[in-house]
Design a protein around this ligand. Structure first.
Ligand code: HEM
Length: 183
């Protein structure tokens, strides 16, 4: 890994604007999502029910909720879902979504669990999109914002690993080399 990659210099909130560009999320698509926000509000309780039914039925994931206020969790998850349809995917949005990723890093949650749960969110987000007058275009748009969320969520885990390793070995470049498997 001799070369330096320009992607390594994109950090924090800038990762979201970079991804919006990569995915080609357009202003029309953002407006389409915003128009669906009240439908998302209606759909959110059903999404939350499916989400926690699955997590609480599985011992390894249920144990994360043993001393957690579930009413608060329900509210936070529903807000997360409705905010997917906020229509403004700027730096403030990026900060809010990155903070959610950080929270899960902090509680020691293996990343496979939130990633696996995205199919529940996807099914409900697509149900919302199908109520739009242009259901195919709305579905494409909603898939993009969910993909953005997956990417930002994952990035929180990678950032933490790079940061911890860079602190140990003295610099980020060496940390990246070690994580790539090249010593
Ligand atoms: C699609 C996947 C997921 C989404 C969208 C999601 C969403 C959220 C949100 C929005 C919060 C509030 C975070 C904050 O305000 O900083 C939160 C907190 C939390 N989540 Fe998740 N979550 C996901 C997956 C999971 C999974 C799989 C688990 C456990 C198995 C989990 C356990 C928790 C716990 C325990 C908290 C409270 C953490 C604390 O404040 O101490 N989450 N989640």
């Amino acid at each position: 890994m001799a070369v330096e990659r320009s992607s390594w210099k994109i950090k924090h909130e800038a990762t979201l604007s970079e991804l919006v560009q990569l995915m080609g999320l357009s202003a029309d698509e953002a407006a389409m999502l915003k128009a669906l926000q009240s439908e998302a509000q209606r759909q959110a309780p059903a999404m939350r029910e499916d989400f926690y039914r699955r997590l609480l039925a599985h011992p390894q994931t249920a144990e994360y909720f043993s001393d957690v206020n579930m009413n608060h969790m329900h509210e936070m998850l529903q807000n997360w879902f409705v905010e997917l349809f906020c229509g403004v995917y700027d730096e403030a949005y990026a900060r809010r979504r990155m903070k959610i990723g950080d929270t899960h890093v902090r509680i020691g949650l293996p990343v496979r669990y939130p990633l696996a749960m995205l199919d529940v969110a996807m099914a409900h987000a697509e149900a919302v999109a199908r109520t739009h007058a242009q259901p195919d275009a709305a579905t494409t748009a909603v898939r993009k914002v969910l993909a953005l969320d997956v990417a930002v969520f994952n990035q929180a885990y990678e950032d933490r690993q790079i940061q911890a390793l860079a602190e140990m070995v003295g610099n980020e470049r060496l940390a990246r080399r070690l994580l790539s498997g090249e010593s």
